[in-house]
Design a protein around this ligand. Structure first.
Ligand code: PLP
Length: 380
């Protein structure tokens, strides 16, 4: 017999679309959240050199010292808060950092507050940890901000944490200092941890991004980062968690049965990414900005309501009065027009009536995909 919990875990609706898109030769792929740039050469070279020089052994659970030091420096200079090396744990991307944090904080039957819409993996993690999820809704009429009275109403004695994600996947919105401070103070009042998913910390088009760790509004902030999006390193699987001093040793201990440690040459590559030239990041961001503007132009011209992203490489597009559900819409868009996009309901109940388009595709694909989407939407 297999685990009923494992059997009943719902797959991400984005992955489902990806599988279908793989089976649809020649389709335009706007469903994926993966930079379409190669990893910069100096990062690749660092990994090759690590392999050649025999850096192929186990390393400490928490990561290699030079990477943890580079991370502590980056937290100080780029995220504007202080973290000691002890507070840093290198993880298998942000995804495993988030999972390990939830593992460290929750018991079966505990509860966690999740954004709706939000990245589907949060609720998959909660499911396999037997943690109950309470969604807080990010509504367009309220600028997609968390609503404090709703948070207060949702919190229970079993609530352990709230996940915040700024810039947001899928919305592309940024939570500025004031709303983030409110969330941190709310968490402090109820002795919750704020798990801050900052996977898109560098994919910014507008000012206003701030790391909750820099607000000094709670000593219960766990910040989760990744090199995946910033440096086009999705397949390298390197992320990290910066946790309060009391929590960090527990997270590090929990790495042992899960992964032991992150792949050593990838950690060496991550040092090169963090300590090397940062213009590679700026170049990629400039490209995403150009694509965001070009896509926005098509959507405006076609009268389609969308959220102009302030960050991330996604655009959240309304289906307006279309009679089809988001899922039916994306299935038919792929089958009939050869364009794959992510259905909004994959990101939570309030995503119904929306779809997410990725800017991590080439310019022509984005424009052609948006035009076909607009034509199809006009016929509904
Ligand atoms: N958080 C968000 C909001 C994401 O969109 C993703 C990836 O798509 C991740 C975390 C995980 O990224 P990784 O595990 O590659 O670091």
């Amino acid at each position: 017999m297999t685990s009923p919990t494992a059997e009943s875990m719902q797959r991400s609706g984005i992955r489902e679309l990806m599988d279908l898109a793989w089976k649809t030769p020649g389709c335009i792929r706007l469903e994926v959240g993966e930079p379409n740039f190669p990893t910069p050469a100096h990062i690749v070279e660092a990994a090759i050199e690590a392999l050649r020089s025999g850096r192929t052994k186990y390393v400490p659970n928490a990561g290699i010292p030079e990477l943890r030091e580079a991370i502590a420096t980056k937290i100080r200079t780029s995220n504007h808060f202080e973290a000691t090396v002890d507070q840093v744990t290198v993880t298998v991307g942000a995804v495993q950092g988030l999972f390990c944090t939830l593992l460290a904080l929750t018991e079966p039957g505990d509860r966690v507050l999740l954004p709706d819409p939000g990245w589907p993996n949060y609720s998959m993690m909660a499911h396999i940890l037997h943690v109950e999820k309470d969604y807080y809704v990010l509504r367009p009429e309220n600028g997609f901000l968390p609503e404090l009275d709703e948070l207060e109403a949702a919190v229970t004695p079993r609530t352990r944490a709230i996940i915040v994600n700024s810039p947001s996947n899928p919305l592309g919105t940024i939570l500025s200092a004031d709303p983030l401070r409110e969330v941190c103070e709310f968490a402090q009042r109820h002795q919750l941890y704020v798990i801050s998913d900052e996977a898109y910390e560098h994919v910014l088009f507008e000012p206003g991004f701030v790391s909750p760790g820099a607000l000094n509004a709670s000593d219960r902030v766990v910040s989760v980062f990744t090199l995946s999006k910033s440096y086009a390193m999705t397949g390298w699987r390197v992320g990290y968690v910066v946790a309060p001093k009391t929590l960090s040793p527990i997270i590090q201990r929990l790495q042992e049965p899960q992964i032991s440690c992150v792949t050593t040459p990838c950690q060496v590559a991550a040092v090169a990414a963090l300590n090397g030239p940062q213009d590679v990041v700026a170049d990629m961001m400039a490209t995403y900005r150009r694509r965001r503007d070009a896509l926005g132009k098509v959507l405006v011209e076609r009268g389609i309501n969308y959220v102009r992203p302030a960050g991330t490489f996604y655009t959240w597009v309304s289906l307006g009065g279309a009679k089809l559900s988001a899922r039916e819409f994306v299935m038919r868009l792929l089958a009939e027009r050869g364009v794959a996009v992510a259905p909004g309901d994959a990101f939570g109940p309030s995503g119904e009536g929306w779809v997410r388009l990725s800017l991590a595709a080439d310019d022509d694909s984005i424009l052609e995909g948006a035009t076909r989407l607009a034509d199809f939407l006009a016929e509904q």
